[in-house]
Write a protein that binds this ligand. Structure first.
Ligand code: C5P
Length: 230
């Protein structure tokens, strides 16, 4: 089995980008586990940053303070029990709400915040490999990745999936509000000037509207096998 990285960093990366609710997080996690590779949930970094800012009373448009916080954010990701801690406290569930997602997308429009988080994201590239999930993994953070996937699905289907996830977790959910939230977040993510949500030129685009998770995983797995000769 050979897996190609780049000349500068031989550790291979698979990037899985796409909008909220496209299934990328679940698919990326399953594939990382299957391969025994590391996993980067880059959205969690933006969510944690927004959460930490709100805790500290920093407005979500205070660019200088947010960029400073992004550089020093006392966050840890556990590889064994999926815990994410901020200041030593587990905040995994708090950052999963729609409110946290919306706050994340507000801080994510700030260029200095994005560049402050670059090094943190690239630090996840550790042997034997990395599966990176986000919006700009293939375009900005790991542009030389040998496998790039862009998962997408209709806004209605993505809202329906989010609704089911929230209800399963026992959280409050309202479908029309979710559709509106998703549309608003898509609009902000695709039109921002820095690292907008667009597929990389060399990404394989997979529409998951009609696919379940197992079918999506199979499609992406086949692509990985082809591209990495596994
Ligand atoms: O993927 P997730 O829903 O957790 O991301 C939350 C928000 O963080 C997104 O709506 C997006 O604005 C931002 N984000 C980003 N770049 C990434 C990952 C997430 O701008 N690589």
């Amino acid at each position: 089995m050979t897996a190609s990285g780049s000349a500068a960093n031989p550790v291979p990366v698979i990037t899985i980008d796409g909008p909220s609710g496209s299934g990328k997080g679940t698919v990326a996690q399953i594939l990382a586990t299957e391969l025994g590779w590391h996993f980067l949930d880059s959205g969690a970094l933006y969510r944690i940053l927004a959460f930490a800012a709100q805790q500290r009373g920093i407005p979500l448009d205070d660019q200088a303070k947010l960029a400073d916080l992004a550089l020093t954010l006392p966050v840890t990701f556990s590889t064994t029990d999926a815990k994410i801690t901020l200041d030593g406290v587990d905040i995994k569930d708090e950052i999963r709400t729609e409110t946290a997602g919306n706050a994340a997308s507000q801080v994510a429009v700030i260029p200095s915040v994005r560049s402050a988080l670059l090094a943190r994201q690239r630090a996840f590239r550790i042997a034997p490999g990395l599966v990176a999930d986000g919006r700009d993994m293939g375009t900005v953070v790991f542009p030389e990745a040998p496998v790039k996937v862009f998962l997408t699905a209709s806004a209605e289907e993505r809202a329906r999936r989010r609704y089911n996830q929230l209800i399963e977790k026992g959280l409050d959910a309202n479908l029309p509000t979710l559709v509106a939230d998703i549309a608003e977040r898509d609009q902000r993510d695709t039109t921002r000037t820095v690292a907008p949500l667009v597929p990389a030129m060399d990404a394989e685009i997979v529409d998951t509207s009609e696919l379940d998770i197992a079918q999506t995983v199979t499609r992406v797995r086949n692509l990985i096998r082809q591209r990495l000769s596994m």
